[in-house]
Write a protein that binds this ligand. Structure first.
Ligand code: DAH
Length: 337
């Protein structure tokens, strides 16, 4: 029997397997349940016990040789096998194509632009890293004036900071273009504030300016009334409260009747029935002059609003942090918008 085993082992050794089919034939012939090697093991049971040790050794060598040959051939031809199973079944329904959703802040930014665009406002952008002139001094924030502390600033170096508001883009626009000017300026702004449901160290604003001959506070009010009606609907009331900003005089803050309780009083509006949505005013003559615009000839208004605030009111969102944590369960709700 040993001779027979040696002969089969030799036969296995010299065999060359050229493809997946030959490999499978080899497996069936030698290593399957009904294969030669199993038959030999059956035969092995019948030989006298004193020969078993010696014969067993050759049995194992043969089995190992065949198994190794099979393993390496299977690895070699497995990609071929995959390719053949990759034949496209054109009768299967296609996979649904998942497209991304627009972020709610993007949706609202686009809507803000759509509304102001109908009034002739164009779009302008400025850098997020700003110098002192564009973020403060050019906007009539005197040096060492406490108004600079209205916004907690991330300084990069002395006079260079992450912009605290998009009002800086007003200055950049006035530098580049002369009146009449009518533009809105969206972008990200940064403040050194602790993150909570109501505050974040970065958020988004849209700034707006309109400079021309004879622009009045009535134009400002009418423009913002129109914006609120378009954004939130006819049923909301608007009110202006006097306020202070260094770059506008007079200045105001605009409130709308609470979108959640419709003015009845709830915890979003702190039971006042009103929520603040923006700051605005007539551009201070100091700002016009600093940018070589003659205040005798031109006047203008400016306003600035937080995009997060508008989005929260529009979609009834109570926590600002959801905008930046990329939770798919939140973002997917805007799929159809
Ligand atoms: N820059 C102000 C802020 O971030 C918002 C603002 C108020 C902008 C009044 C204006 C304005 O243009 O006139 O709080």
């Amino acid at each position: 029997m040993i001779e027979k085993l040696k002969a089969i082992e030799q036969e296995v050794k010299v065999l060359i397997l050229n493809n997946a089919d030959e490999t499978e034939m080899f497996r069936l012939k030698y290593l399957s349940k009904k294969g030669l090697i199993n038959d030999l093991f059956e035969e092995f049971k019948t030989i006298p016990n004193d020969q078993k040790k010696e014969v067993g050794k050759y049995m194992n060598i043969l089995k190992q040789t065949a198994q190794e040959k099979l393993d390496s051939a299977q690895v070699k031809f497995s990609t071929d096998k995959q390719n053949s199973s990759n034949i496209i079944d054109t009768s299967l329904p296609g996979d649904a194509q998942k497209i991304g959703t627009q972020h709610p802040l993007v949706l609202i930014e686009k809507e803000i632009f759509r509304i102001f665009n109908t009034l002739g406002f164009s779009l302008a952008y400025g850098p997020e890293i700003e110098d002192d002139w564009h973020n403060f001094s050019g906007l009539n924030f005197p040096e060492n004036h406490p108004a600079r502390d209205m916004q907690d600033t991330f300084f990069i170096e002395k006079d260079i900071a992450l912009r605290t508001h998009t009002s800086s883009v007003q200055i950049r626009l006035m530098e580049k273009q002369s009146p009449p000017l009518r533009a809105i300026m969206p972008g990200r702004v940064y403040r050194n504030e602790a993150i909570s449901a109501r505050a974040h160290c970065f958020f988004h604003q849209v700034e707006g300016i309109y400079i021309d001959k004879k622009v009045s506070f009535a134009d400002l009010k009418q423009t913002l009334y129109y914006f609120v009606k378009e954004m939130f609907g006819e049923e909301f009331e608007v009110r202006f409260r006097p306020s202070y900003f260094p770059f506008t005089e007079p200045s105001a803050e605009m409130d709308i009747s609470c979108t959640i309780c419709k003015g009845k009083g709830c915890n979003v509006c702190k039971y006042t029935g009103w929520v603040e949505i923006l700051g605005c005013g007539m551009i201070d003559t100091n700002v016009l002059q600093a940018n070589n615009i003659n205040p005798e000839e031109y006047s203008g208004f400016a306003f600035g609003m937080g995009i997060e605030r508008i989005t929260m009111l529009k979609y009834n969102i109570k926590d600002l942090r959801v905008f930046s944590i990329n939770d798919m369960r939140f973002l997917q709700q805007f799929e159809s918008e």
